[in-house]
Design a protein around this ligand. Structure first.
Ligand SMILES: [Zn+2]
Length: 256
């Protein structure tokens, strides 16, 4: 049986990724990037906390010890919205944002969606000051949560930007969705009109790309719950990821 050190998407591998980043690039948070307060070369590290917020605390610690500042987007659902965890992560120097899904929650009704958004945002702002937001792409929902901004403007709610809509095409985007960095498994998890020139299958490939210093910047999305803390975790998660990918493939086939 393989030891945890030989697997990809473990907290150990995450540590190696972070070590490669700090050795080659400065890191910036989402609001620093959006306010254009960043150097020419940088890594923008984003984390979507979809479930198991305890994992976010682990990745936040690894980054903090190395001096990385990342941006963590928390969902507003009860099992993820944990003020004590969010405050600890913020105290480490990371940025906290809102991973919203209110158009799905409101079954596509933008008016109801914005009401929910405002109310959840108030809950977030009681814990930390939210400057940026990021849509949660529910794979099984027919609504794209970003569509709410066709009717409303997030700037009216004190938000400076959205992690998909307010980023430039100069960013080289890498996401761990589908347990690979090359984004083939994702239906919605992409930046519109962006053609990816660089891909990386494994985290080792991504580390090589970082160490080569070829890219001016990297916009990295990592879901903390995908990075297993132990072998049991790893077994459970791989099984579940495979099932979700299968459903996504079927949906993609039906839609095309
Ligand atoms: Zn999400």
């Amino acid at each position: 049986m393989l030891s945890i050190d030989e697997h990809d998407f473990t907290i150990h591998k995450f540590q190696l990724l972070c070590e490669a980043i700090v050795a080659t690039y400065p890191t910036v948070t989402m609001s620093e990037y959006m306010n254009k307060e960043h150097p020419a070369r940088f890594v923008l590290m984003r984390h979507d906390v979809d479930r198991m917020p305890g994992h976010a605390l682990e990745t936040a610690r690894v980054e903090h010890e190395l001096g990385i500042r990342a941006t963590y987007y928390f969902r507003s659902i009860k099992s993820v919205f944990k003020p004590e965890i969010m405050m600890q992560i913020q105290d480490m120097g990371h940025e906290i944002g809102y991973h919203y899904e209110t158009l799905s929650e409101a079954n596509g009704d933008p008016e109801k969606g914005i009401e929910l958004f405002q109310s959840h945002l108030e809950d977030f702002n009681d814990v930390c000051q939210v400057k940026t937001i990021c849509m949660h792409g529910r794979p099984l929902s027919k609504y794209d949560n970003r569509d709410m901004w066709k009717t409303y403007d997030f700037k009216d709610y004190g938000i400076i930007g959205e992690a998909y809509l307010s980023v430039g095409s100069e960013l080289n985007y890498f996401s761990d969705t589908g347990r690979s960095w090359n984004n083939k498994n994702s239906l919605r998890d992409f930046i519109p009109n962006k053609i990816e020139d660089f891909t990386a299958d494994t985290t080792d490939d991504l580390i090589d790309l970082i160490e080569s210093c070829e890219l001016e910047n990297l916009y990295i999305l990592a879901h903390p719950e995908r990075w297993s803390l132990n072998m049991v975790d790893l077994g459970l998660y791989c099984g579940m990821d495979m099932a979700v990918n299968l459903v996504k493939k079927v949906l993609a086939a039906v839609r095309t």
